[in-house]
Structure formats: C-alpha cells, structure tokens
Design a protein around this ligand. Structure first.
Ligand SMILES: C[S@@+](CC[C@H](N)C(=O)[O-])C[C@H]1O[C@@H](n2cnc3c(N)ncnc32)[C@H](O)[C@@H]1O
Length: 258
C-alpha cells in the first residue's frame, strides 16, 4: 500500500511502482511516464482495460449526477486527456463548468485538442498545476473528481486536504481508482493480465514497456478500499462510502464536505 515512511536521513519516502523513492523524486518520475505515453494514452487505456475504463467512468459520472442547470462547477484533478470532464459536461446538458487540472502539459495538450474537436472548449478550462497545491481559493467548487490519478500523487494526504479545502460546504468528492480485487479467481487472472500482458502490449503499441510496468506496479501499491476510505475521512470528508466495479478492479470512493 502507498504510505509515507521516514528515511534514516529524516526525509520522507513513498513508492514509485515497486521502488521506494524520496517524496521529491516521485513526481519527476511520474511526469516522465505521462510525457512518454500522452499521445497513445487513450488507445492504451482501451487496450489495457478492454474498454472497461469507459464503463467505469460512465458509472462515476452517473453517480455524480451533475445538475442540468448553470452555476454548478466541477474540478477534475489529474484530468489528463479530459475523459471525465467531457462526460460531466455532456451529462449536465452543457450546463456544468468544468476545470481540468493536471500537472502534465503533454496530457493537457491532448485533452485540449480533444475538447476542441468535440466543440466543448467553452465549457472546459485546462489548468497545469499540482494536486497537492491547488491554485484556487477555498470553497470554489461543487464537486471534485479524480480518476486513476491519485495513486500517482506523491503526497496523497496533502491532495485530499486540498480537495477538501477547494470544495464548497455541501460539495462532493469522488475518486475512481484501481483497487483490490475481491473475487478469488478474478484476482489470479487479473494479476497475469497485468504483469504478463500489459507491458508487452505497451511495447508493441508505443515501443516502450517500462511506463506500463510502472502503471501496473503503482496499482499494487495503492491502499485497498477500506484503507483509502480512512484516508478520505482523515482529510475531513463525511459520509464516506465506496462501491466496487468489476469485482474491485476499480472502486469509486465518495465523500461529502459537510
Ligand atoms: C492515469 S492518468 C489519468 C487521466 C484521466 N483522469 C483518465 O482517467 O483518463 C493520471 C494522470 O495524473 C496526472 N498527475 C500525476 N501526478 C499529478 C499531480 N501531482 N497533480 C496533478 N496531476 C497529476 C498525470 O499527469 C496523468 O495525466
């Protein structure tokens, strides 16, 4: 599980895939991964998940249920190429104002181009920034979403505190992330698929296996459903719940700022 450890020298360590690294070292390594995969990110998402990521994202936005009236604002953190933001705008009948925030300019560049092709530029802002230090005043948004992003953030606790800070009272936090598979046979098949199939597929499609090995390893290091729910509560959220998708391959956590 992802956890912060104090090193002998007094620094803080976290995980980068299966390696332990100093907190300060992780972000540049993560950034390098996403700079390398940005152009093929959407294709690889479909190949790696057999298209399931679309089903999970649709379910996330259905659960969020954005209102079909103006004046409601959502922040999609680690929003990458815009998948969740597009769904929120569409589900709100183009009423929602969505800000996509990501630390990686390459991912945002692909997202901006996709938004332009869909004619959604007017409803979506793209902001390059760190989930650990959101460049917004307190109580700015009605909803905070993050999909397959939080396990990449070095200081998850800090990102969760920031989520709480920028949400309005009554605002909703929703996090979609790979989680712990809770079905006995599925877990073995999923393990084999993840470690034996995904890196070679990545190599065949993009010429590189290493970024995909990181993505798989980082999933294994992420806290299970219950431990992640505890982290969300510690950041100040209430009524924290989760639901599993596809036997726990992914889980959607929800919390409220009350
Ligand atoms: C697996 S992608 C998910 C993209 C998108 N949410 C989706 O579901 O398709 C993870 C994203 O997290 C971003 N990311 C990593 N560390 C971050 C940080 N500290 N702050 C903001 N974004 C970050 C990466 O740049 C990348 O775009």
């Amino acid at each position: 599980m992802t956890e912060q450890r104090t090193t002998a020298a007094g620094g803080m360590e976290t995980s980068f895939g299966f390696r332990n690294v100093d907190n300060g070292e992780k972000q540049p390594l993560v950034d390098a991964v996403f700079h390398r995969v940005a152009e093929r990110y959407d294709l690889m998402n479909d190949l790696m998940s057999g298209g399931l990521h679309r089903v999970w994202k649709n379910a996330m936005v259905a659960a969020l249920n954005p209102p079909k009236r103006p004046g409601w604002a959502a922040l999609d953190v680690a929003g990458g190429t815009g998948d969740v933001a597009f769904r929120i705008v569409e589900a709100s009948d183009s009423n929602a104002a969505v800000t996509v925030l990501d630390i990686n300019g390459s991912m945002l560049g692909v997202g901006r181009e996709r938004a332009r092709k869909r004619g959604l530029e007017g409803r979506i802002d793209f902001v390059e920034a760190n989930a650990e230090e959101l460049p917004f005043p307190d109580e700015s948004f009605d909803a905070y979403t993050i999909a397959f992003g939080i396990r990449n953030v070095p200081r998850i606790d800090r990102a969760l505190e920031e989520a709480n800070r920028v949400l309005k009272v009554g605002g909703r936090f929703m996090c979609l992330e790979f989680s712990e598979v809770e079905m006995p046979f599925l877990d073995k098949a999923y393990e084999t698929w993840s470690f034996k199939a995904i890196p070679p597929i990545g190599k065949a499609v993009t010429g590189e296996a290493e970024p995909y090995a990181y993505l798989v390893e980082s999933i294994r290091k992420f806290p299970d459903q219950k431990n992640f729910a505890d982290m969300i509560r510690r950041a100040g959220f209430e009524r924290v719940t989760w639901r599993n998708y596809s036997g726990g391959i992914a889980a959607l956590h929800s919390g409220w700022k009350l």
